[in-house]
Write a protein that binds this ligand. Structure first.
Ligand SMILES: Cc1ncc(COP(=O)(O)O)c(C=O)c1O
Length: 375
């Protein structure tokens, strides 16, 4: 577990490292510059030794591994039958949206938010209802949601923990959201891909569907080993759909639109949740230290503000004090590649991925300081 080890990810076709000119430190898309856990590499090796790559089921142990992880980490007891294996979280989100779009309808979400939510909300004739979170606290604005909801509003896409703000919604907020959705008969599609990246050691992730069986029956929850175990290329995601009717409807669409989870994906997913817990603990310790370093340094730069974040390795940095627009474009000229808030329907912020080697982050901070000084 050497998180300091540097790889030349450019030669590996990394999207993160090939987006910018050489010399720009890429701190944008959400993957980590860390080598994966040993058990995951071992699962991969074993897969390579398989001589015939036919249609395959996920490993028999996987459902048990996943239900045990969910019980231990989120105190949620699920049935194996509720799980639908997926190659990615976004394919699950797209499937959920198609499943309930028999009639024209609207999709609500709170912004700023992970960009594809907005695209999926608008695709295939759907209407997007993008309700701003309360700036700064990034809590949900239930009054605005009540004002915007219509009989066409059929799905709410939740992002918890939240990308890009790094917040974990409180139990009270989740309860209020669940009550709102039940009142208006809105299905919740909850993207919990960042569930295992909790930075605040005092906090525990709460899946919205774990609130009660009634909420679970109204929810499609999406999880994945991709973010926490740094294997987004390997396709190890799953939906948890307790309601048999919703599950059947979802499966019917998934069958002809989304490929099966491969044996490779199932094997690495099993190795991740089943054997890579110690690696994740070590990665979280490294990420927490990076977070604290970044938080201290960013808040020393006049015009920039960063709140302590509860989850994810994506820092949400307020640059509204600088009096400029498109800070990301300015930073790129100084050799730092980050994402501008407008991508998430926000403004005055950048999102910075700090899941990289400390010395790389230190250099990025030096460049950010210089970029601000030169304004
Ligand atoms: C909130 C959120 N959902 C989904 C994804 C993408 O997941 P997948 O590659 O499994 O579709 C990301 C990736 O950054 C994300 O941040």
């Amino acid at each position: 577990m050497d998180f300091e080890r540097v790889y030349d990810r450019r030669k590996d076709g990394s999207i993160k490292w090939n987006r910018y000119e050489e010399g720009v430190i890429p701190l944008w898309v959400a993957d980590m510059d860390f080598e994966v856990a040993g058990p995951i590499r071992e699962a991969f090796r074993q897969y390579m030794d398989t001589a015939i790559y036919g249609y395959a089921m996920p490993p028999a142990a996987l459902a048990h591994t996943v239900t045990a992880w969910i019980r231990e980490h989120y105190q949620w007891e699920i049935q194996k039958e509720w799980i639908v294996w997926l190659p990615s979280v976004l394919s699950g989100l797209g499937t959920a949206a198609r499943y309930i779009s028999a009639t024209p309808y609207a999709v609500m979400t709170s912004i700023p938010v992970y960009r594809p939510f907005l695209d999926i909300g608008e695709a295939e004739g759907r209407t997007l209802q993008a309700i701003p979170l309360k700036p700064g606290s990034w809590t949900m604005d239930f009054e605005a949601m009540e004002a915007a909801v219509t009989p066409d509003t059929r799905m709410y896409i939740l992002c918890n923990p939240h990308n890009p703000t790094g917040r974990m919604y409180s139990r009270e907020e989740l309860e209020e959201l669940a009550a709102f959705c039940r009142k208006h008969n809105i299905l919740i599609c909850s993207d919990e891909i960042h569930a295992d990246l909790v930075l605040d050691p005092e906090k525990r992730h709460i899946p919205i569907a774990s609130l009660s069986p009634e909420v679970a029956a109204h929810t499609i929850s999406l999880f994945s080993a991709a973010k926490a175990f740094n294997i987004p290329a390997l396709g190890s995601a799953f939906a948890i759909i307790p309601d048999a009717g919703h599950r059947k409807g979802f499966e019917k669409i998934r069958l002809h639109t989304v490929p099966h989870m491969t044996l490779l994906a199932g094997s690495v997913c099993n190795a991740a949740y089943g054997e890579s817990g110690p690696w994740l603990e070590a990665a979280l310790a490294y990420l927490r230290a990076n977070h604290d370093f970044l938080w201290e340094e960013i808040n020393k730069i006049p015009g920039l503000k960063m709140s302590r974040q509860e989850a994810t390795y994506l820092a949400w940095i307020d640059y509204s004090g600088l009096g400029i627009t498109d800070f990301a474009a300015h930073l790129e000229k100084y050799g730092v590649g980050v994402m501008e808030a407008s991508i998430f329907m926000g403004e005055g912020y950048i999102r910075l991925n700090f899941a990289t080697q400390r010395h790389v982050l230190e250099e990025a901070v030096r460049r950010i300081r210089k970029a601000v000084e030169d304004l």
